[in-house]
Design a protein around this ligand. Structure first.
Ligand code: ATP
Ligand code: MG
Length: 597
């Protein structure tokens, strides 16, 4: 590529629309242009990076025997109705772009492809002899994200590799799942990324395994929790831990106490001079199920701990059948207006007890008349605790489960925190780092095959639902994550494996025939040697060319400048800024040596 003939526009100014370094740099260096919210044009340099990432992903997938295919992005609603996901993906905070076609049929743009691929498997896989199978594709996905941001990190149209495997049993699924773990680790290593594979939330499906591949970077949206011994790493949504030990309660007998102006834990701790670990707080949330029913949830948890909304959603999904529903549509902490819609009388907010009476719920259409009560183990294990009484400005101290309050079902819904003890070894403390999720591997089991009737005949002649796994890599997110992990004040520093070009030849003065002649010769020679090279032959000052070369992050810069008089050119390594004068004839060999090819 000759820059003089290319659509190559860099920006001097910091783009106001970008918050994180990688987004700013990709815009400034002319890799991407914003077209609309969460929509980006991948300009030629970006497309080269993406093509390289795709190629690495493809090679590692092919090496496992997975077969590449391409499924339609436009998907009929029926398939999503069969899997039971149409409503969750299109209603309320659903992220699927759905519309009606001219035949009045509902269709959607694919955010993911479990339904489509399961329909294919349903038609084509009949016998255990055809198993296992693994299909994958690399294409654009569409998601109407609630908060599209950070450029390619969270777009509304983005490139993903998604693969789906089909098995006769879970043992076979586990084999493929482990292969995928290794394939993903190799992909990310080859792309030059520092990453960690962490245990992830596997949603309401339960029981099956799931891991996320996190690129470590401060701008990451995810919190990774881990222990220094390297034996535990999990997404914060999934992380389990032991809360710090509770301090023994100073109240040994049970009594009611006037506690004026103590509607917050902080005020209560100060007033009673107690430790927060002696208090049970009772938190109200409301869940909306897919049948339209709202259920009010009262959670009792130790006052120094927070509720993990993802864990709670999973628990509420398991309970959906009790309310004639299948899935959770929304979960939230109700505000004053939301409470008014169902409350029969004002709630004792700030003073709620675990036994808040069901009479607080007025007869309201689509609202279940009873609280769903749950207790976290941190609260369930307390004795002589302090909690509300449902009366303003009053608390009970020295309370015990069974004696004073019925113990609700115990479920682990607490959020793990830094400094908690690890379950595998309580002497290890939980630490945290920020990560960007670039990949996700998932043992699905029979959720989709059972719902959609994708069955096969096993060796015993019985009809069984296919056992499935799914595996995703955010190709465009990964490319930006590489920048987030590797840049300096002057610009991007691409890992060689995914850099759009390996080398850039800067000609300080294009009207000097000798400079141009050497540059042209090197340009042809290096490209022939497999060193992908750009020629900066623009009519610009040398300083501008050097700045641009640094900004776009090409690993090696060759300058046909002063040292030409000795038959040499200057070669600068982008990452280290190390510069060396090298004889023109040796440049190719030297760069190949640095590249390790
Ligand atoms: P997130 O929690 O970040 O929204 P997800 O759990 O919805 O991700 P998956 O459905 O597992 O993601 O998709 C597989 C991969 O696709 C993710 O690991 C991520 O790398 C990428 N991805 C998901 N959503 C987006 C998006 N809006 N923009 C860019 N990449 C995305
Ligand atoms: Mg998402």
């Amino acid at each position: 590529m000759r820059l003089s003939k290319s659509l190559f526009v860099t920006l001097r100014e910091e783009p106001a629309e970008a918050e994180i370094p990688s987004h700013k740099l990709l815009l400034r260096a002319g890799y991407i242009r914003r077209i609309g919210s969460g929509l980006y044009a991948y300009l030629p340099l970006m497309w080269r990076v993406l093509t390289k990432v795709r190629q690495i992903v493809k090679e590692e997938m092919d090496a496992t025997g997975a077969q590449e295919c391409l499924l339609p992005q436009l998907q009929p609603a029926e398939l999503w109705q069969q899997s039971g996901r149409w409503d969750t993906y299109t209603q309320s905070e659903g992220i699927m772009f759905a519309f009606t076609d001219r035949q009045k049929r509902e269709v959607a743009l694919g955010p993911t492809h479990e339904e489509v691929v399961t329909a294919v498997a349903r038609d084509l896989i009949k016998s255990y002899r055809q198993l296992p199978q693994h299909l994958y594709q690399i294409q654009s996905k569409f998601r109407d994200e609630i908060r599209p941001r950070f450029g390619l990190m969270r777009g509304r149209e983005f490139i993903m590799k998604d693969g789906y495997s089909f098995h006769a049993d879970t043992e076979s699924l586990k084999v493929t799942y482990d292969e995928m773990h290794h394939a993903y680790s190799r992909m990310l290593t080859r792309c030059g990324l520092k990453f960690r594979a962490v245990d992830a939330d596997s949603g309401a499906i339960g029981g099956s395994g799931s891991q996320e591949f996190m690129v470590l970077a401060d701008a990451g949206e995810d919190d990774v929790m881990y222990t220094a011994d390297g034996k535990y790493a999990a997404n914060v949504e999934k992380a389990v831990s032991l809360a710090p030990e509770a301090v023994a309660s100073t109240f040994t007998s049970c009594e009611m106490k006037e506690t004026p102006n103590t509607n917050s834990i902080k005020k209560l701790v100060k007033f009673l001079e107690c430790d927060p670990t002696s208090i049970v707080k009772n938190v109200l949330q409301q869940v909306v199920y897919d049948n339209g029913l709202t259920v009010l949830v009262l959670i009792s948890i130790r006052s120094d701990r927070d509720v993990n909304q993802v864990k709670l959603t999973n628990e509420l999904s398991k309970l959906a059948a009790n309310y004639g529903a299948k899935t959770v549509i929304a979960l939230e902490v109700p505000d004053g207006t939301a409470i008014e819609k169902w409350a029969a009388k004002p709630l004792p907010l700030g003073y709620i007890a675990p036994d808040l009476g069901d009479e607080y719920i007025g007869a309201t259409p689509n609202v279940h008349p009873k609280f769903l009560r749950l207790v976290d183990p941190t609260a369930a294990s307390l004795t002589n605790f302090i909690t509300g009484t449902n009366e303003a400005e009053q608390h009970i101290v020295g309370a015990n489960w069974s004696t004073n309050f019925a113990l609700p079902p115990i479920v682990d819904i607490q959020k793990a925190q830094v400094g908690d003890r690890a379950i595998h070894d309580p002497s290890q403390l939980i630490e945290t780092a920020r990560g960007i999720e670039v990949g996700h591997i998932f043992q699905l089991g029979t959720k989709y095959s059972a719902a959609m009737g994708a069955t096969f005949t096993n060796e015993q002649g019985e009809e069984q639902p296919l056992v499935m796994g799914c595996y995703g890599v955010g190709v465009s997110r990964l490319a930006q994550a590489a920048v987030e992990q590797s840049y300096d004040k002057d610009g991007i520093i691409w890992p060689v494996a995914i850099a759009p070009y390996h080398a850039i030849i800067c000609v300080p003065n294009i009207s000097d025939p000798q400079q141009m002649e050497v540059a042209e010769r090197l340009y042809t020679e290096l490209n022939q040697m497999g060193i992908e090279t750009i020629l900066d032959d623009r009519d610009e000052r040398a300083g501008v060319k050097f700045k641009d070369a640094d900004l776009i992050g090409i690993p090696f810069r060759i300058v046909t400048g002063r040292s030409l008089k000795d038959g040499k050119v200057e070669v600068v390594q982008r990452a280290t800024k190390q510069s060396e004068d090298i004889a023109v004839g040796d440049v190719g060999a030297k760069i190949r040596e640095w590249m390790g090819i």
